[in-house]
Design a protein around this ligand. Structure first.
Ligand code: GDP
Length: 598
């Protein structure tokens, strides 16, 4: 079949600029779903996604549109995850398109995320259709937004389509622009099956459902296919399209977007970005762009109650079936007992997994301080990858350490520019460019170490700008940094749950803060307890807890023996929740408190 009447596109937008509303509206206008169905907002399904205002799984949808030229077109809208943690998935979904709608809230203007998203779309050479949404709002300023798009993103003013997804203004113009401006898919003349898998999910009843875009050839039930990354072959059980419900069809051909179900057991068998081809007549090369997904952030996750260990393992296994980017392996810590070392795509991904463990599996967990991946060159010429402070090599065998860095875009009201530059500097970053967006705001482009924005960067940005600042980032490779491992010694013994990898210049300050916090949460003992932060055997910060036994019965004068006993019982009870470290008892919740606040 000819691909002339097919258009594949995606919508990229900052959170709340109206992507979901526009998708619903497009489905409604093309009669893909009725008004009543759309009220439930079709595309964002998972609760957590809705709360966080992000989409994690792409949900493609096939629409039919009768254009002004009288022809009926097949329009495939590929939704993309709206967060940088999932930028690889976004790039794969975008690679399956020829065009993208760049949506900007006309009352808000361009945001940091708009810039980062546009970069991803441009890398895939997509035709961009700029849409200024929410023109029904009194605060909408179309001419100003057009200028911003032209100045910051080099998008010609005349290309912009003013619209209101909510009021239904400009929808037809958008559809016509998709037909006119987005190129039709071009098929490879050899017509050999080449399909890219841009997402997959695990369905309890159907097994693994792979979302595919066919670049050339056809795919149908009964066909044997091969996946490049694993060289495994499978028999296709079903092919279909999303209307938006999964609807089986006979065949998917070049240009189409749909799903295939084969005999796979776990989502990890299919790698996102991989190429599917015919196993008897395979193509010689896979489609470009495939990468093995690598976790970027690591953290230990431990059950608060150690008897929940097996349950936690089962829960993690279940999460992984649908989310192969999440990794976990067993680890144990003297402080926290048995738990897991987990790998995530980024901080948001980490938060999502932790939250799902709590909500869907009712698990009470504690996580250790997150760490990024370091590439360490050793003096013997080998390279090791370190994702856990306990694996950090001895200083004398280290040649060079490289840490992951990110390009960060920060959008703030002009008056905060000084504070932001200060913040970036504190976080070991540099500002590479400042640009005035409008009479109110500036955009700072910066380069920062990923580890520095992991924990509190966004919170600080929000609090220092009274909530007006926004940021987004993209990964930008690795660069050399003087990192050291810092240990915390309590009464002379290292407690590895508190070990971290920090920059040499920051070790002292960080060590001091950690020691102060530990002093607050560790109870007094019969002897003086020293708390020390050490880098390579050198003490960089110290605190001590003076000796004293809390005499809990002191308040009870006279002979109320039952009350005394009760208090002593209580003290014993309190002791049970402590962990012994050499000679020192540390309350279990000390770890939670310190790790949470550090
Ligand atoms: P998303 O996060 O980009 O998917 O944004 P949504 O589609 O969920 O929209 C965010 C909010 O903006 C919702 O409250 C919508 O009702 C509202 N909204 C979306 N489009 C328009 C519009 O054209 N005009 C107005 N006034 N509100 C809109």
């Amino acid at each position: 079949m000819s691909t002339e009447l097919t258009r594949n596109f995606s919508i990229i937008a900052h959170i709340d600029h109206g992507k979901t509303t526009l998708s619903d509206r497009l489905m409604e206008v093309t009669s893909t779903v009725t008004m009543r169905e759309t009220s439930a907002q079709q595309l964002d399904s998972m609760d957590l996604e809705r709360e966080k205002g992000i989409t994690i799984k792409s949900h493609p949808v096939a629409m039919q549109y009768k254009a002004k030229d009288g022809k009926t077109y097949k329009l495939n809208l590929l939704d993309t995850p709206g967060h940088v943690d999932f930028s690889y998935e976004v790039s794969r979904a975008l690679a399956a398109c020829e065009g993208a709608i760049l949506m900007v809230d006309a009352a808000q203007g361009v945001e940091a995320q708009t810039v980062a998203n546009l970069h991803l779309a441009e890398q895939q050479n997509l035709k961009i259709i700029p849409v200024l949404n929410k023109i029904d709002l009194p605060a909408a300023d179309v001419p100003k937004c057009k200028r911003q798009l032209e100045d910051i993103l080099c998008i010609p003013e005349d290309d912009c389509i003013p619209a209101s997804a909510k009021a239904g203004i400009g929808i037809e113009e958008i559809l016509e622009a998709i037909i006119a401006r987005v190129p039709a898919p071009v098929e490879n003349p050899d017509k050999i099956l080449r399909a890219t898998v841009f997402d997959s999910l695990y369905n309890t009843y159907r097994g693994v459902v792979s979302y595919v875009r066919i670049f050339s050839g056809t795919i149908k039930r009964g066909q044997r296919v091969k996946l490049f990354a694993t060289s495994k072959t499978y028999e296709i059980k079903e092919v279909g399209i999303f209307t938006p419900k999964m609807t089986a069809c006979d065949i998917l051909s070049a240009g189409d977007v749909g799903y295939v179900i084969a005999n796979m057991k776990s989502a990890s068998e299919v790698k996102i970005g991989d190429t599917m081809t015919d196993s008897t007549h395979p193509c010689s090369e896979p489609l470009p762009g495939y990468k093995e997904i690598q976790p970027m952030v690591f953290s230990g996750i431990y059950p608060v109650d150690s008897s929940d260990y097996e349950q936690l393992k089962t829960a993690m296994g279940k999460l992984q079936i649908n989310d192969p980017a999440f990794t976990f392996s067993q680890e144990s810590s003297t402080a926290l007992g048995f738990g897991f070392r987990c790998g995530f795509l980024g901080l948001l991904h980490m938060e999502i997994i932790q939250e799902r463990l709590r909500r869907e599996f009712d698990m009470d967990v504690i996580s250790t301080y997150p760490s990024v991946i370091y590439h360490v060159d050793l003096t013997d010429g080998t390279e090791v990858i370190v994702d856990n402070p306990t694996l950090f090599p001895e200083a004398q065998v280290i040649q060079e350490i490289r840490e992951p860095i990110v390009n960060v875009y920060i959008m703030v009201p002009g008056e905060y520019i000084g504070d932001m530059m200060q913040l970036v500097l504190e976080k070991r970053g540099e500002v590479t460019n400042t640009e005035t967006i409008d009479d109110m705001r500036v955009m700072l482009s910066c380069v920062l170490p990923l580890s520095e924005i992991l924990v509190d960067f966004n919170d600080k940005l929000k609090s220092q700008t009274k909530g007006y600042g926004s940021m987004d980032y993209e990964h930008a490779g690795y660069r050399a940094a003087k990192m050291v491992k810092m240990d915390m010694l309590i009464a002379g013994d290292p407690v590895e749950a508190f070990s971290t990898i920090v920059h040499r210049d920051k070790a002292e300050g960080y060590g001091r803060r950690l020691a102060e916090r530990l002093k607050e949460v560790i109870p007094s003992h019969l002897f003086v307890v020293a708390i020390q932060a050490a880098v390579g055997g050198k003490i960089v910060a110290r605190e001590s807890i003076s000796a004293m036994r809390k005499n809990v019965t002191a308040k009870c004068y006279g002979g109320d023996i039952s009350r005394k006993r009760k208090l002593l019982e209580k003290q014993k009870e309190g002791k049970k929740k402590m962990k012994m470290f050499g000679k020192v008892n540390i309350p279990q919740d000390a770890f939670i408190k310190v790790l949470k606040s550090s």
